[in-house]
Design a protein. Structure first.
Length: 114
């Protein structure tokens, strides 16, 4: 999947990633976020129906680590606190802690039911 190039979106304020089988698109999210150049960015939202199945966790671990580190950088440089939205009735806190450990350790992510 080719990432979106957001480098020319200089007035970009909000970026969100729809639910698309998140375990298969995490690298695409990271690559797209790496193109952001806007100084106006205020929010990053990731919609998630489900997360990495245990059987593919090892293969996806580095991709999630890369996303985790990039989101920490967005906090450091833009004070952006990412939001992970999930379906009501599904408590995904433990899964988010395992996928985004640095972000959750620093309490820099909001987990929101929708």
């Amino acid at each position: 999947m080719v990432p979106h190039d957001l480098s020319k979106a200089t007035k970009l304020k909000h970026v969100w990633f729809p639910q698309t089988g998140l375990w298969s698109s995490v690298q695409w999210i990271t690559m797209t976020l790496q193109t952001v150049k806007s100084k106006n960015l205020r929010s990053i939202t990731i919609y998630a129906d489900h997360f990495v199945p245990v059987r593919v966790w090892e293969a996806a671990r580095q991709e999630w680590n890369d996303l985790d580190q990039l989101l920490v950088q967005f906090w450091s440089t833009h004070s952006i606190r990412p939001r992970v939205m999930h379906p009501a009735g599904r408590d995904l806190r433990d899964r988010v802690r395992s996928l985004l450990p640095e972000l959750t350790r620093r309490e820099l992510v909001d987990l929101v039911e929708r």
